[in-house]
Design a protein around this ligand. Structure first.
Ligand SMILES: Nc1ncnc2c1ncn2[C@@H]1O[C@H](COP(=O)(O)OP(=O)(O)OP(=O)(O)O)[C@@H](O)[C@H]1O
Length: 486
C-alpha cells in the first residue's frame, strides 16, 4: 500500500516531521504493513504489545491513513478512562497536524469534542455502549478499536460480547474490529473471537528487577515516601513512578515527599513531583510527558520527575524515562454487595497482570527496578480474591442497557467471563422492584428512561455527595434503598 503524504512526511511542518521521526521509532511501526494487510484480509484483529509500543496513538492513525474513512464512516478508539481518551486525542491531533475537534476528536460523558469533519474519535467504552442504544449496529463506524481490552472493564466486556454477536449474525459485514491488549491476554481474545488474527509487534524490552518487602507494610503511603527518598538519594539517575490508590493518598504522598526533599537539600538534583489521577488539569498532564528538569547549577546533580499515579498510568498512558516503579499493590475497585444492595469502591489487592503492567513501566530502561511494597507471600495469597469487573459489579444498569439494545437475557450474550445466574436474577429482581422491568421482564417506559440516564461520575458525585457513589449502578442502588425506606 502506498504511503500517504502524512506518512512520507513531504507535506508536514518541522514540528510534525520531528514527531513523525519519533513515531517511526515506536515498535508498532515495524508492523505497520503487516497490521494493515491483516486488517484488509480479516474482520477481527488483535494487536498485542506492551505499554509504550505505540498502540493507542499509532494504530488508529494507520487505519485512517489506509483509507478506512473514505466511505464517510468514522474510526472509534475506545478507552476505559475519560482522561486518557482526552489526552490521546490531543496527542494524536498534534501528530496528525490537525486542530483537536476537527479530524481527531473525543467523546466522553457530557463532553463531545468532535465535528462533522471528525474521522477519528477517541471515546470511553461507556460512551460507545450508549451510542449503541441509539445506533444499534454502530453504523457510523467503519472500524472499531477496543483499546486496553485487557483491563476488562464492565463496559468493554459488554461491548466485546455485543460486537461478537453483531458480527456473528452478519449485521455489519463491512465493520472491522481491532482489539488491543498486552501480550499476556492476547490469546484469550483470539480464542474468544474465533478466527481473529493476532499481530504482535515485538519491542526489545528489558527485564525489570523486582524487589518485595520482607516485613509487613502498615502504611504504604509512608513506605512509598521512604522508598522514593532512598531512590533519590542513592540510586542512579532515572525517573520514578509511584502507584497509589486515589487522590487523597496521592496528595498526602506529594506533601510528605515535598517535605522530605526540602530536608535533603542540595544533595539531590531538582525533583518535579507530578500527581496523576482522573481530575488533574490538562497542564499537569502535559508535564508528565516532558523530560525531567535540568540541573539547577552547571555540573550539579541531574533532575528527576516523580509521577504519583492511580492505576491510570498502569497501562493506558505510556510515560517515557521511567526507571523506578514503586507499587503499593492495591487499587480502588468497584464491588457490589448484593445483600446490602450497595456498590462501593474498595481498596483491594491488584491482580498479577496488573502488577506486571506496573513493573512494565520501567521496561524501556535497561536498568529498571520495581519496588513492591508487599511481600511475595501476601501477593500470591491475594490472587485468590481477584476477578474481572463483570463478576464484581452490580449488573442492574447493564441489564437495562442490554434490554434497550434488544438483548433480552444477559445469559444469551457470550461473555468472556459470564456472571453467575443467581447474580443476574438478583439484578432483574431489583429492576422489577424499581419498575424498570415489568413482571415479564420487559423494559417499561420508566426503564427506557433509566437506561438513558446521564451517568457521569462527577454528576452522580454531586447528586449523592460522595465519591464512593459514582455510576449508574450506584444510582440504582440508592434509588432502591430510597424506595425501601419510603
Ligand atoms: N498525551 C501524550 N503526550 C505526549 N506523549 C504521549 C502522549 N500519549 C502517548 N505519548 C507517547 O507516545 C508513545 C506511544 O504511546 P502509546 O500510548 O501509543 O503506546 P501504547 O502501546 O498504546 O501504550 P499503552 O498501552 O500504555 O496505551 C509513548 O512514547 C508515549 O510516551
Amino acid at each position: 500500500m502506498e504511503a500517504p503524504a502524512e506518512v512520507d512526511g513531504s507535506s508536514l511542518s518541522r514540528r510534525c516531521k520531528k514527531m513523525l521521526e519519533r513515531r517511526r521509532k515506536l515498535p508498532v511501526w515495524a508492523q505497520r504493513e503487516k497490521f494493515l494487510d491483516t486488517l484488509a484480509k480479516h474482520q477481527i484483529v488483535v494487536v498485542a504489545a506492551p505499554p509504550g509500543s505505540g498502540k493507542s496513538t499509532q494504530i488508529p492513525q494507520f487505519v485512517v491513513e489506509a483509507g478506512y474513512v473514505s466511505n464517510g464512516k468514522q474510526i472509534a478508539c475506545t478507552q476505559p478512562r475519560r482522561l486518557v481518551a482526552m489526552a490521546l486525542s490531543r496527542r494524536v491531533a498534534q501528530e496528525m497536524n490537525a486542530n483537536l475537534g476537527d479530524k481527531v476528536g473525543y467523546s466522553v460523558q457530557f463532553e463531545d469534542f468532535c465535528s462533522p469533519k471528525t474521522v477519528l474519535r477517541y471515546l470511553t467504552d461507556g460512551v460507545l455502549l450508549r451510542q449503541a442504544l441509539s445506533d444499534r449496529f454502530l453504523e457510523m463506524y467503519g472500524v472499531i478499536i477496543l483499546d486496553e481490552a485487557h483491563l476488562r472493564t464492565l463496559a468493554t466486556d459488554i461491548l466485546l460480547a455485543y460486537l461478537k454477536k453483531l458480527l456473528a449474525i452478519n449485521a455489519r459485514p463491512d465493520l472491522k474490529l481491532v482489539i488491543m491488549s498486552t501480550q499476556f491476554e492476547a490469546k484469550k481474545f483470539r480464542d474468544y473471537f474465533k478466527g481473529a488474527r493476532i499481530v504482535q509487534p515485538c519491542p526489545s524490552l528489558n527485564p525489570v528487577e523486582i524487589n518485595y518487602t520482607k516485613d509487613i507494610v502498615r502504611d504504604y503511603v509512608e513506605a512509598a515516601t521512604d522508598r522514593v527518598v532512598e531512590i533519590l538519594a542513592s540510586e542512579p539517575v532515572g525517573d520514578i513512578i509511584v502507584f497509589l490508590t486515589g487522590v487523597e493518598e496521592i496528595e498526602t504522598f506529594c506533601w510528605r515527599l515535598g517535605k522530605a526533599i526540602t530536608d535533603l537539600g542540595d544533595k539531590i538534583g531538582p525533583v518535579r513531583i507530578l500527581p496523576l489521577h482522573s481530575t488533574v488539569s490538562v497542564d499537569v498532564q502535559k508535564k508528565i510527558f516532558k523530560a525531567a528538569p535540568p540541573p539547577t547549577r552547571k555540573g550539579g546533580p541531574v533532575g528527576r520527575k516523580v509521577v504519583v499515579s492511580t492505576d491510570i498510568a498502569e497501562s493506558s498512558l505510556a510515560i517515557d524515562g521511567i526507571v523506578y516503579v514503586v507499587d503499593c499493590g492495591y487499587a480502588k475497585q468497584k464491588v457490589y454487595n448484593a445483600q446490602l444492595r450497595v456498590e462501593s469502591l474498595l481498596i483491594l489487592p491488584i491482580s498479577r497482570a496488573s502488577a506486571q503492567r506496573r513493573a512494565g513501566c520501567a521496561r524501556r530502561s535497561d536498568s529498571g527496578k520495581c519496588f513492591r511494597l508487599y511481600s511475595q507471600m501476601f501477593f500470591e495469597a491475594a490472587q485468590m480474591q481477584v476477578s474481572p469487573e463483570i463478576l464484581r459489579a452490580n449488573l442492574a444498569s447493564t441489564i437495562l442497557q442490554l434490554k434497550k439494545l434488544g438483548v433480552d437475557d444477559l445469559l444469551h450474550l457470550e461473555l468472556m467471563d459470564p456472571p453467575p445466574a443467581e447474580k443476574i436474577t438478583r439484578a432483574v429482581e431489583i429492576l422489577k422492584y424499581l419498575g424498570a422491568l415489568d413482571e415479564e421482564g420487559s423494559l417499561t417506559e420508566l426503564g427506557k428512561l433509566m437506561s438513558e440516564f446521564p451517568l457521569d461520575p462527577q454528576m452522580s458525585r454531586m447528586i449523592v455527595g460522595s465519591p464512593q457513589f459514582c455510576c449508574s449502578n450506584e444510582i440504582l442502588s440508592i434509588a432502591s434503598m430510597l424506595s425501601v425506606m419510603s
